[in-house]
Design a protein around this ligand. Sequence first.
Ligand code: KG4
Ligand code: ZN
Length: 339
Amino acid sequence: MEEVKILGIESSCDETAAAVVVNGRELRSNVISTQIPLHTLYGGVVPEIASRKHIERINQVIEEALKEANATLDDMDAIAVTYGPGLVGPLLVGVAEAKAIAFARNIPLVGVHHIEGHISANYIENKDLKPPFLCLVVSGGHTHLVRVKEYGEYEILGRTVDDAAGEAFDKVARAIGLGYPGGPKIEKAALEGNPNAIAFPRAKVNGSEYDFSFSGLKSAVLNYINGEQMKGNEVNPNDLAASFQKAVVDVLVDHAMHAVDEYKPSAFAIAGGVASNGTLREAMRSACEKKKIPFYHPSPTLCTDNAAMIGAAGYYEFIAGNRSGWDLNAVPNLKLGER
Ligand code: KG4
Ligand code: ZN
């Protein structure tokens, strides 16, 4: 089979990333320059600082990705870049870079949806995974239950009506003084805690069985902390982290399995930063086992933001004949399935 080499570029939030991916499945390099330590100082991502860091780092990150892949720009069949959704300043850095390279070298340009990237991260380590399947995308900005009908063809069954799952982790972590990003810190604290210590709500959204709501859970956590403080009781952060995490995982698994019952998919996958959470993975794995369907997830470095997933998604867009023009722009609120 002929090799189609794609240079993927990702800069939608706080990671500057570039990767070389062959035929959408094989990683030749995957370079990620994270800004997390910088944003930790402020308790969250500061968009202007993120944009400035991307522009400082992006050329070196791309150079490193090409070097690791033992390739040059002229070996690339296409440049795939995240053009939305995300923070506008950070997105513009990646989009401008990709356009400059593609124009100067006369290489096709493919704009990629960030969530399509997260879903496609599953193709890299799971060579047997092919659409159709169901995918739960849980990140800092998104919580989507998606039917992947074909490569590049999606139907959103449900989404969050308020906070994203990762956002809830980040906000609760801040409230108990664990800092940014909250997900990995809550997961670590939860290992030492009792998930049944505190009864937090499992919210349902009226009239919509696949939508999610996490803001009520976040308020319940904050109310619990305030209530205990008023009573002069000390809050056990490990019990709180474990009970909160269990509440999120229960809702995610419950909705996902409901969709499995209705749509009877041949496989189920998870994606996005929160998909690196061990408790969520185990709960999903055992729920899928009970339903007798295979369960897929990317390894943790491919769950959080990276460019390998953009190269993988870009490949399927590229072979479907999709190309972006020189007028490609950042679209901060780009919807999945739109071009
Ligand atoms: O996919 P991602 O890197 O960026 C977005 O597209 O949003 O996801 C980042 C989110 C953050 O909210 C972070 O707290 C969460 O993923 N996260 C986790 C874990 N690792 C990252 N949440 C729960 N458990 C984790 N281990
Ligand atoms: Zn992401």
